[in-house]
Design a protein around this ligand. Sequence first.
Ligand code: NAP
Ligand code: ZN
Ligand code: ZN
Length: 337
Amino acid sequence: MKAWVLEKQAKIEGRPLKLMEVETPYPKDNEIRVKVLVCGVCRTDIHIAEGDLPLRKPNLILGHEIVGIVDKTGKDVKKFKIGDKIGISWLNSTCGKCKYCLSDRENYCPDFKCTGWDVDGGYAEYAIIKEDSALGLNDIKLEPEDIAPLMCPGIAGYCAFKLTDIEKGEKLGLYGFGPTAYYVLKVANHLSIDTYVSTRSQKNMEVAKKAGAVWAADASKKDLPCKLDKSIVFPPAGNLVEPALTQLEISGILVLAPVSMSTIEIGNYSQNLWGRDIRTLFNVKKSWGEEFLSIANEMQIKAGKEIFPFEELQDALILVRKGKIKEANAVIKVGDW
Ligand SMILES: NC(=O)c1ccc[n+]([C@@H]2O[C@H](COP(=O)([O-])OP(=O)(O)OC[C@H]3O[C@@H](n4cnc5c(N)ncnc54)[C@H](OP(=O)(O)O)[C@@H]3O)[C@@H](O)[C@H]2O)c1
Ligand SMILES: [Zn+2]
Ligand SMILES: [Zn+2]
């Protein structure tokens, strides 16, 4: 099969991925093989390609926002059949035996394996996944290119949203407005939760208001009109944490979504942290992913996407790196069924 392979990490402008012919993978007994239709581009792909995150396997195929069709099944597979539409997210597998896996908290499993990092991902004609980790998409009435970004920013945003424990009637704050925050805003609207968006960009303020934010401005320049019950910080900017805490009611919860973060300093504990909780989004949970897909289908959530042919993956990565994608998401069209 054709695949984009990362042999050696390097700056994305140096085009470290190589398009080559590799052996087509074959599913083990409890695995399915998927013919990849589309795969969304994530900033994490760039972090891995450039070496911000260590390489965990040689000759890695990146990509963890996969939508495809089952084309082969292992002999023990029961949940899926050839022709089924499925999604593969960042969650590739967990051990299934540890105290976390046994208590529906597999996101903390010490053996959590990531698609497109520990295991080959979706920038290839075929990908393999254990049937227990695959997300069934037959009932999702959205186009593959609209489903792909749901697999990472959509599901991760929903997991961050769930961690806030927000309830109807409460006020939610979102700091930073990338693709992840966009999906949270849509879901919050759907659940009649008033959402306040802090973003630096004028364009994002407009997008946020159009998507239903009751307030959208740069909270570092313009005071929020009220205190918030729950908030999520999306950018990896530690300097946003204390100001976000000051905007929370006592009993409020602040969720930090980033996978890495610049230094966090809390200068005034008693005034700004005491009485509030900070939580972090570690890994995603399958049950929350399924819950999100069902809401996304009900709402027919679509975000802006720019579609690139398979051969132009590397150009798409460079554009994402430079922030030059015209839409919120970049999606690679890999194959047809
Ligand atoms: N734990 C997980 O499994 C997981 C999975 C997926 C994503 N994530 C995390 O979710 C976060 C959001 O990802 P994303 O792809 O949606 O968005 P993103 O492209 O990383 O950025 C989010 C927004 O943050 C703002 N921003 C960036 N740098 C900033 C800075 N220094 N100060 C203030 N604002 C800044 C920008 O918004 P404005 O221009 O609007 O200000 C940007 O649009 C990331 O941090 C990512 O690590 C975690
Ligand atoms: Zn991602
Ligand atoms: Zn486990």
